[in-house]
Design a protein around this ligand. Sequence first.
Ligand SMILES: Nc1nc2c(ncn2[C@@H]2O[C@H](COP(=O)(O)OP(=O)(O)OP(=O)(O)O)[C@@H](O)[C@H]2O)c(=O)[nH]1
Ligand SMILES: [Mg+2]
Length: 196
Amino acid sequence: MSADSISHMFKLVALGDGAVGKTSCIKRYTEGSFSDRYIMTIGTTFALKTVQVEMPDAEPVSARIVLWDLAGQPTYNELRRRYMAGATMAIIVYDVTRPQTFLDVGEWFTKLITVCPNAAVAVVANKIDRSDRLVPPEAGEMIKKWLDVDHYATSAKTGENIDDLFSNLVTRAIEKQKELGPIDQSLARNQPSKIL
Ligand SMILES: Nc1nc2c(ncn2[C@@H]2O[C@H](COP(=O)(O)OP(=O)(O)OP(=O)(O)O)[C@@H](O)[C@H]2O)c(=O)[nH]1
Ligand SMILES: [Mg+2]
């Protein structure tokens, strides 16, 4: 397969409580920028990114990701459920300075898995650049084993681990597609254009 033609299309959804840094992680990844100002996401927005992914024991593949950035505020529950449909990848973000956002990760995971049982999921401990961190790194290890997901400690501000988070998720999603077979692949490919 040629590396310069897009062979995979993925829908990624970002979940987690309000102000944990979902928009900031996506912006850092897709635009390489960060702002300290908080502008609450209203409803939903999306961004696009095309990536080359190195695959173990195979040629690199070119993948396009549609990143859906969903508002974390509870008012948007119903909207969020609809927009999660067809996601092949998800990040569930919490803020290491606000323990409640960590405690809510299990609930976000349940919401996601009921709509997208086959999604590749990463839980993200964001804002690790801050000196007032309250959620310890061990909590991340616990959640990784408990939910059987990837876990990354990131800073959208400095960019630490942001690229690793997304590129490893794409690799995982491609592997999952292979396991699931052609029917799920075509569903995943069609889903973003159906919604758009
Ligand atoms: N220090 C620091 N601040 C961050 C980081 N990520 C986000 N922030 C700040 O946290 C606030 C909220 O970030 P957003 O990305 O808007 O959060 P969100 O999860 O998209 O919030 P909603 O759209 O309301 O759901 C903003 O003021 C950001 O500048 C980080 O890694 N480090
Ligand atoms: Mg936002």
